[in-house]
Ligand binder design. Structure first.
Ligand code: PRT
Length: 106
């Protein structure tokens, strides 16, 4: 299994790209273009993910989801957020669903 720390390492790299010379990297260039350009990429990658899922090629799907995750991480970083904010929300929901299951069982 791949070490999940990759999300935090990538987030640190993305934070370092904020304000860097746009000519120095893809991420620095995208962040320099601003929120609308980042949102456009997130939308494109979401559509490409849907198309990959429909074509039945699992490697293609994994690569498109990686592109989508990467661009959502760029979005989070641009907004002063990071993967831990999303993981905390998922953990909170896991707690909620645990409570719901207990209630459902009576
Ligand atoms: N994980 C990624 C990553 N995933 C996807 N991409 C880029 O996202 C783009 C995907 O867009 P497209 O498929 O539409 O390809 P494109 O035509 O080149 O994109 P556009 O010019 O149309 O925007 C490609 O340029 C990919 O290289 C990524 N670019 C960088 N990273 C990581 O981010 C970190 C910082 O990267 P740099 O900013 O490049 O140093 C490094 O650790 C990289 O590994």
């Amino acid at each position: 299994m791949v070490n999940p720390d990759i999300l935090n390492r990538l987030a640190e790299t993305l934070a370092a790209r904020q304000g860097a010379d746009p000519a120095s990297s893809y991420t620095a260039s995208l962040m320099h273009k601003g929120l609308d350009a980042i949102l456009k990429k997130v939308g494109e990658e979401a559509v490409e993910t849907v198309l990959a899922a429909k074509d039945g090629d699992k490697l293609h799907l994994v690569r498109e989801v990686a592109d989508l995750w990467f661009h959502t991480l760029v979005l989070l970083s641009h907004q002063g957020l990071g993967p831990n904010d999303v993981l905390a929300e998922l953990a909170r929901r896991e707690g909620i669903s645990g409570i719901d299951e207990k209630n459902a069982r009576g």
